[in-house]
Structures are given as structure tokens and as C-alpha cells.
Write a protein that binds this ligand. Structure first.
Ligand code: SIN
Length: 539
């Protein structure tokens, strides 16, 4: 059976929910989300949303910091648009009910934090649980909206597309690839449903689960990028994977981030002998951009053979630390670390994908009626390295742009497109009796990416990684066609696709820039590489 909806939103983080709330004024919205609605990367964001609210800050400075971090690859028009639109979108969140820390009684007298690469205090935050505050606010609004249906425990398998030929007389002048929904597995019933949608939005978040060590939750498997690529959309800049310098290093702590805001409040990095080392790497020391800090830590760890470096804020007043970072304080305490007294052991881990599905200024991809917003997208805002706390900002601004553009597109479609969708076909497939294949490949991909496609790369290691991933891909594909799809298999297939795309993009870029560092090409090459790496499937 085909299920119809006007707007199909895949993902339930800040991008998907902000968009859903706005388009719901114009039609029926269906949100599909892999687990419970709150289980998103957004809900884990600690730092905040970067935006200009201080009198001693300016749009010009925020744009400059964004472009500097992006190392030559940001689109200046995009950066200008996002930075200038930011305050409006944050005020909208406040109207929807979000509470950010304030220093005065005015509605927008926000307390502002500092993070690496920012030349002014401009991080709007809610203690160290900013993402949770935003997610909870949006979820409450979405749950009370009669035009929105939320389907939890549903995972999209593939986008449904068809090709339409544009003719001039007898000659076909152009083929248009059009998205009209998605095949979706209901994980509770095991049934695959076909969704027909006027407009489809990919807001599936990150892909850092492709690495063994990551700050991301298990859901971050790059589903949007993989589905868009399979459907024929261009993907861009996937070699630029951001490693967060400071994830908690503890055998029982899975994916716990120590926010950059801790360094913003004066924490210093020290090695296992208690020596500060950041001054060797940058005059900005601990507040240098993330690529610089992550590479410095990586270098120190390789040089000393130590398992971790340490983040020390114990010189600050304990009362201040507990009030400013209640979540980080109590989490560290669970693992026996009192951050008011002890340095916190930290290591870098995969955190954010700066590349993604290529979009225009409205979040539109090059597949008709398909939009991508948030970490799934590559808008040109982050360039080769994202500035801290610019991601929630980008998601807010682009979900608004995508809403405006897609409502217009939706209204222009009307009932003109009348197509017959192919239903999901399970003929000749059986239930798998070899789940071990899935778990083995899952583990192998993540180790392979960490060891060969990490913070410091070489062509030799990338080539080796490519050969391995292509073999794994063959195995996964055979498995995919022979057996009934399962939640784990869908995620694994996406993870493998994204891994291959990251490796191919990294091999294409014959220079080092921003987050991509290749020891065989250690310098920047502006003459040849001041451009995006684009990959597009040929059919
Ligand atoms: C952090 O709190 O350090 C993460 C913020 C971000 O990734 O922008």
C-alpha cells in the first residue's frame, strides 16, 4: 500500500523539526525517525548556537571567523546570509519556548560563551545542555501540531525517484531526476512501506559512526548522504570530517564529549606529565580552531605513546564549574573524575561531517523535490572546517530557507504529477540466518576508517582502505539482495557507502587543507584545489 503525505521529513533533530513546524501550515507532514523522536545528535549538543548578540561583536567578525576556519572553501554569500539571518532564527526559538542562559532581564539578554576560532563571545547556550533544550522545545511543538504525524522506529531504505525527459520536438534535451518519497521499514512490524510525498527533506544528521571513536550516538550512520547519492544527487566535500579534540577517555564512557566551551572558560590542555603543549602549535593555544587542536593532540599522543592528554579547569572556582557545566561535571563524577580538582583525560574523536548532500542557497539538492538540511547537507557554509557552534545555526537558517522554497515548489506541483510508484519487492528474499556478517562488517569498516582515513592520511593508506571497503561493499550488496532487509543491514549499507565516498573524496584532493591532512601533500594548493570535491553516481 502507498502512504501519501505532502511533506516527508526524514530525521527528527533541529533541522527536521524546525522545518516540519513551518511547512505544517501548508500541508500534511510525516516525520520518520529511527528510534524515539528525541534520540538525535541535536539533543547531545553541548556548546550552543553561534550568533551575533553582543554590542562589541559584529556580523563582519562572525563572517570573517567562519571564512578563516573554512580555510578558503566557504561560500562567502552563504556565510553572509547564514550569519545575518541567525539572530532572527534564534529569537524564533525563544518564541517557541526555548530558554537560554541570560545575564539580564531583557528577552534576548543572552549570556554568551566563547569557543575556538571565535574572535568574540557569541555562543548562545543553555548551560551545557543547549541541544537538549532546543530538541525538547521543538518536540513539544511538533507533538501538539495536528498536521504532523510522527513515526518512530521507522528507517528509510531508499528514496523513490523517477526520471522525466524534457523534449524539444523529438529530441530529448534533458533528463530530470525527481524524488517522490521513500521506501521505509517499520522496525516494529518488519514491513516495508512506500511513502509518496510532494516534497522530501533529508535531515538525517551526521555520519561519524563510520569511525571507531566518535562523539556521535549510534544513529549517526550517514543515511541521508547514502540515500541521496544512490538516488543520483551530488555529494560534496566528504573528505572534511571534523574530529573534536576533547572526548572523554574512559573505558566505560561511550561517546561523551567535553565541550569546547570548557576551554572557552579557561581550561588548558596538558600532557601526561602535566606540561602544557598548545603554545607549540598555535598562538591561539587552546582556543585555536578544532583542526589545529585535534592534530596537535594526535601528534602529542603519537610522540609520547600516552593513551590520552588532559583538560584541566581545576584552577577555576568549583561553584562556577558546577553551575556552568552541570552535565559534564556530573558525568565525569560518574567515572570517578572530579573536574573541580582533577584534569579530565581526553582524546580526539570523529564529531561532525562538514561535507554532505550538495545544496543551493535554499537547501535544494540537484534531484527535483528533494531537500537536505543540517549535517546531512553541504551548503558551502563550513568549507574545509566548521567553526564551533556554527552547525545548529546553519540548521536553523537553512530549515527556514528550505521551508520557504519547498512550499513554493509544493504549491506549483499541484496535481500535475501523476505517477505510478513501484511497491517494495521482496520476491525471492528470505530471513537472514547470518547476522554475524552484518556485525563483523560494521566493526571492520569503523576500524578501517579510524586506522587509515583518520586525522592524518596518506594516499597509500587511503588506497588500501578503498580496496577493503569495495570488497566489503560487494558482500553487503549480495546480502542486501538475497535477504529481507533489517534495521542493522540498512544502516550498515549506508555506513559502507559513506565510508567509500569519504575515501574517494580524500583521494581526489591532492593537498592538505582544513580538516583534510595528507602527509604526501602537506601544503595547501590554492591554484588547483580552491574548489569542492563533488561525487555523483552515474547510471
Ligand atoms: C562542543 O560543545 O564542543 C560542540 C559544539 C560544536 O560541535 O559546535
Amino acid at each position: 500500500m502507498i502512504k501519501k503525505t505532502d511533506f516527508l521529513v526524514i530525521g527528527s533533530g533541529i533541522a527536521g523539526l524546525s522545518y516540519a513546524l513551518k511547512v505544517a501550515q501548508f500541508g500534511k507532514v510525516t516525520i520518520i525517525t529511527k528510534k524515539k523522536i528525541q534520540k538525535t545528535n541535536t539533543a547531545l549538543a553541548q556548546g550552543g548556537v553561534a550568533s551575533v548578540f553582543s554590542k562589541i561583536d559584529s556580523f563582519g567578525l562572525h563572517i570573517k571567523d567562519t571564512l578563516d576556519a573554512g580555510d578558503g572553501l566557504c561560500n562567502k554569500d552563504v556565510a553572509t546570509m547564514v550569519v545575518k539571518d541567525g539572530p532572527k532564527r534564534i529569537k524564533e526559538l525563544v518564541k517557541q519556548g526555548a530558554n537560554f542562559n541570560k545575564h539580564g532581564s531583557g528577552e534576548y539578554d543572552f549570556s554568551l560563551g566563547q569557543e575556538g576560532g571565535h574572535s568574540a563571545k557569541r555562543i548562545v547556550y543553555a548551560h551545557d545542555l543547549t541541544g537538549k533544550e532546543i530538541e525538547d522545545t521543538l518536540v513539544e511543538n511538533v507533538e501538539n501540531n495536528k498536521n504532523i504525524t510522527i513515526l518512530e522506529d521507522h528507517i528509510a531504505i531508499n528514496l523513490v525517484t523517477f526520471s522525466s525527459s524534457i523534449r524539444s520536438g523529438l529530441i530529448v534535451t534533458q533528463h530530470e531526476n525527481i524524488c517522490c518519497g521513500a521506501y521505509v521499514l517499520d522496525n516494529k512490524t518488519g514491513k516495508v512501506e512506500t511513502f509518496y510525498a510532494g516534497i522530501t527533506l533529508l535531515a538525517t544528521g551526521g555520519s561519524s559512526k563510520v569511525y571507531l571513536y566518535t562523539s556521535n550516538p549510534d544513529i549517526a550512520t550517514g543515511d541521508g548522504i547514502a540515500m541521496a547519492y544512490r538516488a543520483g544527487a551530488s555529494v560534496a566535500n566528504l573528505e572534511f570530517v571534523q574530529f573534536h579534540p576533547t572526548c572523554l577517555y574512559h573505558p566505560e564512557a561511550k561517546n561523551f564529549l567535553i565541550s569546547e566551551a570548557v576551554r572557552g572558560e579557561g581550561a588548558v590542555l596538558i600532557d601526561h606529565k602535566g606540561r602544557r603543549f598548545m603554545e607549540k602549535y598555535s598562538p591561539d593555544k587552546e582556543l585555536a580552531c578544532r583542526d589545529v587542536v585535534a592534530r596537535a593532540i594526535d601528534n602529542e599522543l603519537k610522540k609520547t605513546g600516552a593513551g590520552a592528554v588532559f583538560l584541566d579547569i581545576s584552577h577555576k572556582d568549583p561553584g562556577f564549574i558546577k553551575k556552568r557545566f552541570p552535565n559534564i561535571y556530573s558525568k565525569c563524577l560518574e567515572y570517578g573524575i572530579d573536574m573541580t580538582k582533577d584534569p579530565i583525560p581526553v582524546v580526539p574523536a570523529a564529531h561532525y561531517m562538514c561535507g554532505g548532500v550538495a545544496t543551493d542557497l535554499n537547501g535544494k539538492t540537484d534531484v527535483q523535490r528533494l531537500y537536505a538540511v543540517g549535517e546531512t547537507a553541504c551548503t558551502g557554509f563550513h568549507g574545509a572546517n566548521r567553526l564551533a557552534s556554527n552547525s545548529l545555526l546553519e540548521a536553523l537558517v537553512y530549515s527556514h530557507r528550505a521551508y520557504q522554497s519547498s512550499v513554493e515548489e509544493f504549491q506549483s506541483i499541484g496535481n500535475k504529477v501523476n505517477i505510478t510508484l513501484d511497491l517494495w519487492d521482496e520476491t525471492d528474499t528470505t530471513d537472514s540466518d547470518e547476522a554475524i556478517v552484518v556485525s563483523h562488517n560494521w566493526d571492520e569498516i569503523r576500524r578501517l576508517m579510524w586506522n587509515y582515513v583518520g586525522i592524518v592520511r596518506s594516499d597509500k593508506r587511503l588506497q588500501r582502505a578503498l580496496r577493503r571497503i569495495q570488497n566489503i561493499q560487494k558482500e553487503i550488496n549480495a546480502y542486501y539482495w538475497d535477504f529481507k532487509v533489517t534495521f542493522d543491514l540498512i544502516e550498515l549499507r549506508n555506513l559502507a557507502t559513506v565510508a567509500e565516498l569519504i575515501i574517494k573524496s580524500a583521494l581526489m584532493r591532492k593537498e592538505s587543507r582544513g580538516l583534510h591532512y595528507n602527509i604526501e601533500y602537506p601544503e595547501k594548493d590554492d591554484q588547483n584545489w580552491l574548489k569542492q570535491t563533488i561525487l555523483k553516481k552515474s547510471f
